[in-house]
Design a protein around this ligand. Sequence first.
Ligand code: M6R
Length: 610
Amino acid sequence: MCGIIGYAGHRPAVPVVTEGLRRLEYRGYDSAGVAFMRQDDLRVIRSKGKLAALEEKLADEPVTTATCAIGHTRWATHGVPAERNAHPHCSNDGALAIVHNGIIENYQEIKADLTTKGYIFHSETDTEVLVNLIAERRKSEPDLLHALAGALREAHGAYAVCLIQRDAPGTFYAARMSAPLIFGLGTGENFVASDIPAFLLYTRRVIFLDDGDIVQATSTDYQIMHLADLQPAKHDPQTILWDMQAAQKTGFRHFMLKEIFEQPRVITDALTGRITTGRDTVLLPELKDLPIPKRLHIVACGTSYHSALWGRHLLEHWAHVPVQVEIASEFRYRDALLQTDDMMLVISQSGETADTLAALRIAREHGATVLGLCNMVGSSIAREASAVIYTQAGHEISVASTKAMCSQMLMLALLALYWSGRRNNAAALTKGQRRKWITILETLPALLDTHLPSMHEKARQLSRKYSQARNFFYLGRGHCFPLALEGALKLKELSYIHAEGYAAGEMKHGPIALVDALFPTFALAPDDALFPKVKSNITEVQARQGKIIALTNEGMELAADEIWIIPRVAAPLVGFMILPVLQLFSYEMSDYLGKDVDQPRNLAKSVTVE
Ligand code: M6R
């Protein structure tokens, strides 16, 4: 959360930095700001709200020739979204400006100490404390690099920072600890940013900085050192192969809609090279050195957690692996009693979610093997896991996760088939059964391509009819329960309508008391072994005047206010048909209600603070 960028080069720096902020805005959009040199002054321009508000302010500024600048787009942690809390923050003497992503946990103590020394604070942020701590250190250190390193050693918590100073206008400094930061090497220009798209227009050569790295860079030179002793840190630059296509809407009204419609392609890409010609064996060479786990703990947050719950059904049923699934923020604070022969699977689209990363580190401390399932190549989770499988969904820009979940489900299905194949005994699937499931997986892209337009139209119609509802239940059983949770999450995060996902069988244990004619229920009732049970639960809701939108298959006997027929796919893989329906319904509800689809209020794409 929060996006930062630093630039030193031969171009006008402010447009480069604001363009980079546009590509980082998915990380937070409560306020934005830039800092650069104007003649002998360190100029800081900040604005509450989205980047557009900052751009309006910048339009009133005289054109600047500055070739070094920093920028920030904020997701508020300390202090309300307001201009005074927006970054960059300056030191009291006006000599330093900093942008920061993360939380300095001991900032109150540092602030108290600096206050006794006469420092004055204009914001409620931990960042303003940090920049003044650096200024204070600067008084006794030989140079700014040593002052920054000293201050960061004193500060506890998570950070990615970028700093510029009035007295050395062409240099930026940056450092990272538990927050993403990537260095971009251009020709006659260098960059640092929270994510690669911020500078991908200019260079594909990157260095993924490690925790504890500190950087000093000009347009033509850079040094990366260890924060602890300022000795050189060894890094080999890597070349980014993907392009900026993912960062364009390509004719779609919103990124979310585009990403929903990309799901057939996402499935095709995820299957490419993963299936043998006999169509009965899955290839996951990334896992060849890892045993089949005796016990698998899957840890994730948000939508990735729902993928994990869905994947558990397949891993248990197809591969006979005992699975526990847990929310990362809960896992990290209990005694998990991990064994050295346990395996942890961490699922994260961004690969940077703070709680998921913390869970990974705990597992590694316990000696457990950690497998990462990530979308972002080179992310912290991908780098720290013992092995990683990439979901290859491409950049997901919309804050609401869609195609990432589809790709996670696909990889979990492949993982279950892979371990089932390696187990190769009667307890797991036979070759013939594996061939059946693989064949079904391969039909999914074409099926989705055909049906997505009509699903979209139906979602549009129903959103008009149900847009006045203030509450929604999403009910499902078995493999559909995680999808019910996901449907409810999508509706609340996008349209701010209260929605609860429930295991259909749990309704009688309390929640059904809420049902009345104004509290509609989305019931997931595909043709599967639990259909009769779900049907009974639907009847119970109807007996309390509850309206039902039922997702089901052709030929199923079911009475509901709305019957939404989805293409027939054998359960549990029918989930690949249910998921886009839920996504499209929430998308249309949000758009019809005039909400900000791609950047819902209070949210950020990458949750790098706990
Ligand atoms: O990057 P991650 O998969 O670790 O992110 C996890 C959640 O923050 C994320 O899925 C979030 O719940 C989305 N807003 C859901 O749409």
